[in-house]
Design a protein around this ligand. Structure first.
Ligand code: GDD
Ligand code: MG
Length: 373
């Protein structure tokens, strides 16, 4: 089965993680984010994927190649300018197979294990033109709100609903960004224009073959903000979402590369990459990812944190609830916590206290004691 994955967005809300790397390939635990989507789709019989890119995908191509290592065929389509979610699909139409073949379309920023096989089966059984995967949320305001009748036909689609459009209930179904589509949907999209599938196409299909497929009990998360990136990391480590990482972690919820030198303590769930060292008296975990070549100094404490490749953490430093990108240097005794996000190559001098969701852009040098907040 073919799938088109939209990855044209800029990922601005994930800066500084996306300042130097496009969102689809930022590291999530131990692999590029999009690999989770590709592994999930592969499990559901997808063998041919078209990545719809909004800008030159050199870095995405470098990370994912032609898909052969993942057991599928991966192709790249680059828009001349952003075409919007429907315009991007239209632009990729030439790559899609025969008219009789239905295909999948996906937003490229969700971590999920939704049962797409069941969604495709429902689509086939109802004869729908398009079937939207639906997941329940408490607050639908950042999503596409979908109302269905008893036979799963969509009766209303509201993209980013205003508070006045909500009914005050505690459970709404939203579009998960997982669509099963018949080719005729392509005929509804004008060529060469910026068109939103959520604002132009779904409303036009309400009452004309748009269905919803509720995914109960599945894991689903749009990883588009640092808070959700961190939560997604923890959920992978705890096995709340079905991923390839779970196999690495095993029943002990711990994956430590063979050559790691750990004099300090590692508390699962945790992943520690090749070539990392954890000095005596240091405490790593729980809910920690250390990338490759990370150095944790004596007596340092790291918990609920992502620390990517090549980071050095000084003696007695404290890291908690934070994301530290590759190559960062954290001096002795510094504190990084409270949702702080440090971009690639940042240097944090001694005595700094970084918290309250601070975002430090790549390459920034913070002298000793510069920030205590
Ligand atoms: N190629 C291409 N071109 N891709 C695009 C473009 C474009 O012009 N615009 C957005 N995308 C990609 C983004 O990279 C992302 O993977 C996907 O399309 C959806 O765009 P977002 O910007 O992330 O949308 P959203 O999260 O606010 O809302 C969408 O997703 C929700 C679920 O997470 C909507 O589809 C909602 O209806 C849905 O509930
Ligand atoms: Mg999104």
């Amino acid at each position: 089965m073919q799938a088109v994955i939209l990855v044209g967005g800029e990922g601005t809300r994930l800066r500084p993680l996306t300042s130097r790397q496009p969102k689809p390939v930022i590291t999530l635990v131990d692999r590029p984010f999009l690999v989770y989507m590709l592994e999930w789709l592969r499990r559901h019989g997808v063998d041919d994927v078209i990545l719809s890119c909004g800008f030159e995908p050199t870095k995405i191509r470098e990370a994912l190649g032609d898909g052969s290592s993942l057991g599928l065929k991966l192709r790249y389509v680059v828009e001349p300018e952003p075409r919007g979610t429907a315009g991007a699909l239209k632009y990729a139409a030439d790559e899609l197979g025969g008219l009789e073949d239905r295909f999948l379309m996906l937003n490229g920023d969700v971590l999920t294990d939704v049962d797409v096989t069941a969604q495709v089966a429902q689509h086939a059984a109802t004869g729908a033109v398009a079937t939207l995967g639906l997941v329940p949320v408490e607050d639908p305001s950042a999503y596409g709100l979908v109302l269905c009748d008893r036979d799963h036909a969509v009766t209303g689609f509201l993209e980013k609903p205003a508070p006045s459009q909500l009914g005050g209930i505690d459970r709404y179904y939203i579009s998960a960004g997982i669509y099963v589509l018949e080719h005729q949907v392509l005929d509804m999209i004008p060529s060469g224009q910026n068109v939103s599938i959520e604002r132009a196409i779904w409303p036009a299909l309400v009452g004309n073959g748009l269905h919803g497929s509720r995914a109960e009990g599945a894991y689903w998360m749009d990883i588009g903000t640092p808070e959700r990136y961190l939560q997604g990391t923890f959920d992978i480590l705890e096995g709340n979402v079905q991923t390839g990482v779970a196999e690495r972690l095993g029943s002990g919820f711990l994956a430590v590369a063979d050559d790691v030198v750990a004099d300090g303590r590692i508390v699962p769930p945790a992943v520690v990459g090749a070539g990392s060292t954890i000095a005596a008296g240091a405490h790593v975990g729980s809910l920690v990812v250390l990338g490759a070549g990370v150095t944790i100094g004596a007596g340092a404490r790291v918990e609920r944190a992502v620390v990517l490749d090549g980071v050095t953490v000084g003696a007695g430093a404290v890291l908690a609830d934070c994301i530290v990108a590759a190559g960062v240097e954290i001096a002795d005794g510094a504190v990084v916590r409270g949702g702080a996000v440090l971009g690639e190559g940042v240097r944090v001098g001694a005595g700094n206290v970084l918290s309250a969701g601070i975002k430090v852009f790549p390459g920034t040098d913070l002298p000793a004691g510069a920030i205590k907040f």
